[in-house]
Write a protein that binds this ligand. Structure first.
Ligand code: F6R
Length: 606
């Protein structure tokens, strides 16, 4: 949600900033902008819409300089106009910002008293103007920035650039992630390691409340109390910062195809040769808890929905789930002998982080399942379990979802083992089922051509319904979410049995109904619900396995057949049609698959 970058280079930085912004565009694409200092002059270029508009502008109106900052925006305060685009300038200081300055109205009023007018609708402009005010009072850039930051309430990752100091960037974080990159005689600032992936593999992550004074000689970091501190420098694996499409048309398609490999890697990481599960220290004692609370947003929340079935069915552990944006406002009492687990690809989702902080001090332990291991959620947890999906760039989550499911599935088995709710043979069978997953997913990918064909029909629909029962209900929810976010077709998901309690009124020959039904213990019941739809002229797309197709294909509009699988793990395999149908429907409609309208990858505002 907004990406920021800063470069103190040894040659022209405009192309470097634009390249880095390209790596950050997944965080927002409402506008982009850069500012540089050249021969004692601060200047900026900004453009509405995708980064390509800024690149075009820079061809017409180049920007010179060896020091600069850049920003790609997901609009919160103010429409996506050029005036509202970052960097905002003072005019002798420019700033880029990710987050929300909550007291910006108060700051605006104070600036007005000083005779300083704001010209934009943004919260960030007040930061630039306040810093300029302090500079005008003869403060040094360092002192002016410190005084400015002291006045800010809210969440921010900030990077300041000064007209009079071409060898200085000041970076500060509170509530939004920020990293400093180390080069040879060059230094960088970025929202994440991905931003700096082409520039350096040596990264220092700033901690909550940190402020870094960055020069070409290095970075001096101060903590929230103003004490100089040392933060570790880490080497980032090249692959972690990889953002190419590897020959695919879209990141989403590449990330769907990567699933067999990343799931195999996660299995290798967690499963011992004997079929046990390796957990990070201090481990999790599932016999010491009577309840598990699972909290997340969006797709990660649907992963939690599936996990609730797993923990309750195999480990007999009661699970409470909630979306993070509601969790703390419900003020749920968290009883003794309970653990809270937060699931997040980015590890930076503001609502999930706030929910985690609500649970801290109440739950016996705070666990997280994250993709970005250096994220705030990972760092604030007692135990953070990585999903090892690699960088996910497509805004619609795909491989992170299946990897989240895999890690949650392994945890549920571990809970069952510790609590003695499965016998050794049952456990071994489910572990075998897990080990077969990468091969089954690989095999399952062969439905792509069929999904592409069926998607042409789906792309003409105005509304689409998804149905699933039991563990497949959350998959129906995920299928509907995926479809609406990238194809903009209205889609709803219902538990199959719920349809006749109202939503069946929506069914007619124009509304495709996608039924997710592996041939498991609930198959017959789901098929009855499917018959009810067909009896009313509904157009059913049945997604099942060979056994299911054999008994229930008749009368269906289309049938997509997946390999047979241990029914417990079917949700992981059935994610494939959910993803592929959404992907090909969006492609058929010609929407922007990787950067759908109004969305951003990492939601760091409430
Ligand atoms: C949907 C999607 C979102 C995210 C949600 C949580 O495809 O990607 O619904 O799942 O914003 O994000 P994380 O997992 O980063 O907390």
């Amino acid at each position: 949600m907004c990406g920021i970058v800063g470069v103190l280079g040894s040659h022209e930085v405009a192309p470097i900033l634009v390249e880095a912004l390209g790596r950050l565009e997944y965080r927002g694409y409402d506008s982009a902008g850069i500012a540089t200092v050249h021969e004692g002059q601060l200047d900026r270029r900004r453009a509405v819409g995708k980064l390509v508009n800024l690149s075009d502008k820079l061809v017409r109106e180049p920007l010179r300089g060896f020091a600069g900052i850049g920003h790609t925006r997901w609009a919160t305060h103010g429409a996506p106009t050029e005036a509202n685009a970052h960097p905002h300038a003072g005019p002798r200081v420019a700033v880029v910002h990710n987050g929300i300055i909550e007291n910006f109205r108060e700051l605006r009023a104070e600036l007005a008293v000083e005779g300083i007018e704001t010209r934009t609708d943004t919260d960030t402009e007040t930061v630039a103007l306040l810093c300029q005010l302090f500079l005008d009072r003869q403060m040094t850039p360092r002192a002016a920035t410190e005084a400015t930051i002291a006045r800010l309430t809210g969440a921010y990752a900030l990077c300041f650039l000064f007209e009079d100091e071409p060898d200085l960037l000041i970076a500060a974080r509170k509530g939004s992630p920020l990293a400093v990159g180390h080069g040879e005689g060059e230094m960088f600032v970025g929202s994440d390691a991905i931003a700096l992936g082409n520039l350096t593999d040596r990264i220092t992550y700033l901690e909550e409340g940190d402020r870094a004074e960055v020069t070409r000689a290095g970075a001096v970091i101060f903590d929230a109390q103003g004490r100089q501190v040392t933060r570790p420098e880490k080497r980032i694996a090249q692959a972690a910062a990889q953002v190419d499409k590897a020959g695919h048309k879209h990141f989403m398609s590449k990330e769907i195809a990567e699933q067999p490999r990343v799931l195999a890697e996660a299995l290798r990481h967690y499963l011992t040769p004997e079929g046990g599960i390796t957990l990070p220290e201090p481990g999790i004692d599932f016999t010491a808890i009577d309840r598990l609370t699972l909290v997340a947003c969006g797709t990660a929340f649907y992963a939690c929905n599936v996990a609730k079935y797993w923990f309750e069915q195999v480990a007999k552990l009661p699970v409470e789930i909630d979306v993070a944006s509601e969790f703390r406002y419900r003020e749920p009492p968290i009883p003794a002998r309970s653990a809270a687990l937060f699931v997040s690809q980015s590890g930076e989702t503001a609502d999930t982080l706030a929910a985690l902080r609500y649970a801290r001090g109440q739950a016996d332990s705070i666990l997280s399942v994250v993709n970005v291991t250096e994220s705030s959620i990972a760092r604030d947890s007692d135990i953070a379990l990585p999903i090892l999906a690699g960088a996910e760039i497509g805004v619609a989550s795909t491989k992170a979802f299946t990897c989240q499911l895999l890690v949650l599935g392994m945890l549920a088995l571990e809970a069952a083992r510790q609590r003695g709710t499965l016998d050794a043979a049952e456990l071994a069978a489910h572990v075998r089922g897990l080990r077969e997953l990468p091969a089954l997913i690989e095999q399952g990918l062969s439905i792509e051509a069929e999904c592409q064909r069926v998607a042409r029909g789906l792309s003409e629909a105005r509304d689409i319904l998804f149905l699933g029962r039991g563990r497949m209900f959350p998959l129906a929810l995920e299928g509907a979410l995926k479809l609406k976010e990238i194809s903009y077709i209205h889609a709803e998901a219902y538990a199959s049995g719920e349809l006749k309690h109202g939503p069946i009124a929506l069914v007619d020959e124009h509304v495709p109904v996608i039924v997710m039904a592996p041939h498991d213990e609930l198959f017959d019941k789901t098929v009855s619900n499917m018959q009810e739809v067909m009896a009313r002229g509904g157009k059913v797309l049945l997604i099942t396995d060979a056994k299911g197709a054999q008994v229930a294909a008749e009368g269906a509009w289309e049938v997509i057949t997946l390999p047979e699988i241990d029914p417990l793990w079917a949700p992981i395999l059935y994610a494939l049609p959910a993803q592929l149908l959404a992907y090909h429907t969006a492609v058929a409609k010609g929407t922007d698959v990787d950067q759908p309208r109004n969305l951003a990858k990492s939601v760091t505002v409430e």
